[in-house]
Design a binder for this molecule. Structure first.
Ligand code: UDP
Ligand code: MG
Length: 313
């Protein structure tokens, strides 16, 4: 499927009324020099200030505007922008002037080599309450996902269009797009980007982001490994519990044969408990298999298809 434009810039905005006009001016300056066909997609994620009014006042047909009924979060806003995007390359950036549009040509250059290019705010202009926890978070995410980039949280990223069309986002999963892409077999690169302090407006995230981010990290990793085979994890745990129950009960039986009373022993209770929980785990795994099987399972990605080529001719 061919896209109509060269480049889509996707910008989620929530209460960025003091930033959007200047951001548009800077973007226009950079993009108009590239000699490419582009669009700038602003997704207003339920702003309660004048963000939408300011965006609507921009008279430029390259600017596309979406507005959510309420605040759904950055991942939803990005997902909406991805779905609409018509450019062969899609670049996402924050709408608070912390990301500098002049980096866009460098993203385009790197995207000739990679499917996904993540920005790295190597000199991050944010308070230490953000930068230090973020270092831990990134190290942990690198370790768990196996994606060797420095800055998962950077909003400035570039993609070839087919990547964004093949990725499902919800919750706060936007941080893990490089990992999701990597697991789907796409190549992920990185460039250092300049980062400015936030001058107008306030950050929408606090420290609770790290906690939520950690839970999301468990979810994405779990889904990646076991989505297609839930019985392997639940069944595995279930069989382990049942095995322990059997070992304990055999021990109890041997005592009983020797004539020792076992009816009031805690170990007997434990083995019964382990057996019941084990059966429950296996049942959960089987229900998981039923759910996965009842869905459309074709989530492989085709890189080359001679049928499509024939149809295009
Ligand atoms: N944002 C959004 N919806 C939200 C929270 C944030 O669209 O629920 C946008 C926000 O307007 C900004 C970008 O996401 O354009 C990054 O947010 P912020 O600057 O608050 O994050 P930080 O830079 O502090 O990590
Ligand atoms: Mg910011």
């Amino acid at each position: 499927m061919s896209n109509k434009l060269d480049l889509s810039i996707v910008i989620p905005v929530c209460d960025e009324g003091e930033n959007v006009e200047e951001l548009y001016d800077e973007l226009h300056r950079v993009l108009s020099r590239l000699g490419k066909k582009y669009e700038i997609i602003f997704v207003d994620d339920g702003s309660i200030d004048d963000t939408f009014k300011k965006l609507q006042a921009i008279k430029d047909s390259t600017v596309k505007l979406m507005r959510f009924q309420r605040n759904y979060g950055k991942a939803a806003a990005l997902s909406c922008g991805f779905r609409k995007s018509k450019g062969n390359i899609v670049i996402t950036m924050d709408g608070d002037l912390q990301d500098d549009p002049k980096e866009i040509p460098r993203f385009l250059e790197k995207l000739e080599e990679y499917d996904v290019v993540s920005g790295w705010k190597s000199k991050r202009q944010d308070p230490v309450s953000k930068t230090i926890p973020s270092k831990f978070f990134n190290a942990l995410t690198r370790f768990i996902t196996g994606v060797k980039i420095h800055d998962f949280n950077c909003g400035f990223k570039g993609y070839r269009n087919y990547v964004v069309k093949n990725i499902k986002l919800y919750g706060e999963f936007h941080r893990y797009i490089p990992a999701l892409a990597h697991w789907k077999g796409y190549t992920v690169g990185e460039i250092e980007v300049e980062h400015h302090p936030r001058v107008h407006g306030v950050s929408k995230y606090g420290v609770e982001r790290l906690f939520k981010g950690f839970l999301d990290l468990i979810t994405v990793t779990f889904l990646n490994i076991y989505k297609k085979r839930p019985l392997h994890i639940f069944g595995g745990i279930g069989f382990l519990l049942i095995f322990s129950a059997i070992v304990i009960s055999l021990h109890q039986v041997s005592l009983w044969i020797k004539g020792i009373r076992i009816g009031d022993r805690p170990l007997l209770m434990l083995s019964i408990l382990l057996m019941v929980i084990g059966v429950q785990f296996i049942s959960i795994g089987l229900i998981g298999e039923l759910i996965t099987n009842s869905r459309n399972n074709d989530d492989y990605i085709i890189k080359y298809d001679s049928y499509e080529l024939e149809n295009d001719r």
